[in-house]
Design a protein around this ligand. Structure first.
Ligand code: IMP
Length: 181
């Protein structure tokens, strides 16, 4: 549970998110229109709302799987050391894979996960991220499909949490502290 009082200022509306996902799916469909062996892999837990909207907009024959990697814990700083807490249920060798991430921040999580999945021999591996904080990057990577570039702010909502709270907000908002602990 967060220990300091805070408010959430809306940054990206639910309507803007929906419009942007529609565009992203247009590009993703173009990339994968030739395949019937696509697995969409959601990174838990932050991507669960994004992936739900993304796959319903995608209109391709897909399978869905999930992988959970450790990242922020309950704080606001990336741990940098990435551990796999829950692995995929299925094999991806010879399959096409789209990894779906909520936010690319330092880049360590996506780098670790894509290196791991590449070692399993997928036919093609692409990445989609709803949000990107390019100024925070420590690993040189960029998702193949990105929703919005945002400034270095701590954000919540649309699946994304602050100490496990606020995942159920329909929009993306930034956390603004209003007092001391
Ligand atoms: P990275 O490994 O530093 O790129 O961190 C990626 C993960 O950190 C994301 O999947 C999120 O779970 C978490 N994260 C990064 N920025 C934020 C934020 O602003 N709010 C909440 N979680 C975040």
């Amino acid at each position: 549970m967060p220990t300091r009082p805070y408010v959430i200022d809306e940054m990206i509306s639910a309507k803007s998110i929906a419009a942007r996902i529609e565009h992203m799916c247009h590009d993703i469909r173009a990339e994968f229109s030739d395949t019937d062996k696509l697995i969409v892999v959601g990174l838990l837990r932050g991507s669960f709302v994004f992936i739900a909207d993304l796959v319903r907009e995608l209109d391709l024959p897909i399978e869905v799987d999930f992988l959970e990697a450790s990242s922020y814990g309950d704080g606001m700083e990336s741990s940098r050391e990435v551990r796999i807490l829950k692995d995929l249920r299925g094999a991806i060798e010879g399959r096409d894979v789209l990894v779906v991430e909520d936010i690319v921040d330092t880049g360590h999580t996506l780098h670790h996960v894509t290196s791991l999945l590449r070692s399993r021999g997928p036919a093609r591996l692409k990445t989609a991220a709803l949000l990107d904080k390019p100024t925070r990057r420590e690993v040189d990577l960029r998702a193949d499909f990105t929703g919005f570039d945002i400034p270095d702010e701590f954000v919540v909502g649309y699946g994304i949490d602050f100490a496990q709270r606020n995942r159920n907000l329909p929009f993306i908002g930034k956390v603004r502290f209003t007092g001391d602990a």
